[in-house]
Design a protein around this ligand. Structure first.
Ligand code: BG6
Length: 464
């Protein structure tokens, strides 16, 4: 009988800037997310008095978390991924002291989870950093930011060491290559060399956080977080196959450094070939040796790679400029749905790192229709998640050590790429819309009971 381990973590995943709202409450500072009202690929818009954005209130999780957590508990969650907003703890990033109000909020949040026996999985930095660190220091381009981040990480490890045992460093750390402001606080027209230098600083900071976590929370575990951007060759032409290897290394590089503790040779060659002279000290190289305990990743889709420039030109402008796969269907947002790709990716990561894996994001963003009686029949979401979970179970059969599955957006939230509310992922509907209207009331979708059953049966109710 194929099965998930008895210790499996089942739950959902969120991020502070997409759910909390209360963007300036209790002394919180502005973050990069607060000045990107059009999403992670959008321009920075300096805030003017009176400006409002969807993320300012988001789904008001900051005030409604007890009710939301009760609903997660009703579904049977034993794990919830949240992120701490760095700007609630250090509003400007370089403040002399952390903010007690910010620290107290997460104390309450973790206590609420504990009440329901929900294990927190906490991301230190999910697509945001203090805006003041960008304005005053140049974001991650400045080496000083490593120290600010380490201090922030040590502060939250010390404060929550009795409550939080599972940590992640940077969300989708490889996204900086596509969205430099979101990832490393650099303008979108930064050169590749500047972006890689900033990434280097962030990788060092990630490793220092791993070291600090091991010191302060010895019984805890800390992982990295990759956007699992698995690519297939569009054809069996050797040029396509080799280019695919390179494209996959584009994201695997981050995992290689974080899990193996040093830059891989192929990356050093890439820097040499492109004339990038990265500043990398012996102390940096030493710091990188602190490697993660497990590998976490998001998985939504796969894409194809071709050496044919004409086809590549046609794909420009797609999400991450991926060439579409003619064998796959797409979501309403053009994300290609590929459950088997998840099994492949799990096997690739397991073969490469031999460290436990954790699927910390997966789900379907779709427009939901509220029927006259208030019901929401999201069979498409059920089918997407069912098929991905079936493949995750197959990967476990293949020998992959999988710690858990937290579906993205268990409650509707503001999407990251375009900051929309019409792109919904939740089992729980939130009455709020792209134009900012709505009561913020919560209601259960059909998938709510479906996921509840999956968790209650530890996956036995899935349809293979
Ligand atoms: C991941 C991010 O990229 O995908 C999340 O870690 C994001 O923050 C999720 O929300 C889905 O993307 P989107 O653009 O549909 O919200």
């Amino acid at each position: 009988m194929k099965a998930f381990p008895q210790t499996f973590y089942w739950g959902g995943a969120t991020a502070a800037n997409q759910v909390e709202g209360a963007f300036l409450e209790d002394g919180k500072g502005l973050s990069t997310s607060d000045v990107q009202p059009h999403g992670v690929f959008g321009d920075v818009v300096e805030r003017m008095p009176g400006d409002t954005g969807l993320k300012d209130i988001a789904i008001d999780f900051y005030h409604r978390y007890p009710d939301d957590i009760a609903l997660f508990a009703e579904m049977g969650f034993n794990c919830l991924r949240v992120s701490i907003a760095w700007t609630r703890i250090f509003p400007n990033g370089d403040d002399a002291e952390p903010s007690e109000a910010g620290l107290a909020f997460y104390d309450k949040l973790f206590d609420e989870m504990a009440k329901h026996h929900i294990t927190p999985l906490v991301t230190l930095s999910h697509y945001e950093m203090p805006w003041a660190l960008v304005k005053n220091y140049g974001g991650w381009g400045n080496r000083k930011v490593i120290g600010f981040f380490e201090r922030y990480a040590r502060t939250v490890f010390e404060r929550y060491k009795g409550k939080v045992k599972l940590w992640l460093t940077f969300n989708e750390i490889n996204m900086s290559l596509h969205a430099p402001m979101t990832g490393v606080g650099l303008p979108s027209d930064s050169s590749k060399a500047e972006v890689y230098q900033a990434i280097h600083h962030q990788l060092v900071a990630s490793a220092l956080a791993v070291k600090a976590c091991h010191e302060i929370v010895p019984e805890g575990k800390i992982g990295n977080m990759l956007l699992g951007g698995l690519m297939y060759p569009l054809s069996c032409k050797p040029e396509d196959v080799f280019k695919t290897l390179q494209e996959n290394r584009g994201w695997q590089f981050f995992g290689d450094v974080q899990a193996r503790g040093a830059y891989p040779g192929y990356m050093l060659r890439y820097f040499r070939d492109n004339g990038f002279a990265l500043e990398m000290t012996d102390a940096d190289r030493d710091a990188l040796k602190s490697t993660v305990d497990f590998i976490s990743f998001s998985y939504y889709m796969t894409g194809c790679v071709t050496a044919d420039e004409a086809l590549n030109q046609k794909a420009r402008g797609n999400i991450l400029n991926m060439v579409p796969n003619p064998h796959l269907e797409s979501s309403e947002w053009g994300w290609q749905i590929d459950p088997l790709g998840l099994r492949t990716l799990l096997n690739v990561l397991w073969d490469r790192y031999q460290k436990p894996l954790f699927i910390v994001e997966n789900g379907l963003g779709a427009k939901d229709k509220v029927e006259a009686d208030g019901s929401i029949n999201d069979d498409y979401r059920i089918s997407y998640l069912n098929d991905h979970l079936v493949q995750a179970r197959e990967a476990i059969e293949d020998g992959v050590e999988l710690m858990g599955f937290t579906s993205w957006g268990p409650i509707d939230l503001v999407s990251a790429s375009k900051a929309e509310l019409s792109k919904r992922y939740g089992f729980i509907y939130v009455d709020r819309h792209d134009d900012g209207t709505g009561t913020l009331a919560r209601s259960k979708k059909k998938s709510f009971d479906w996921y509840k059953e999956v968790i209650a049966t530890n996956g036995a109710s899935l349809k293979a």
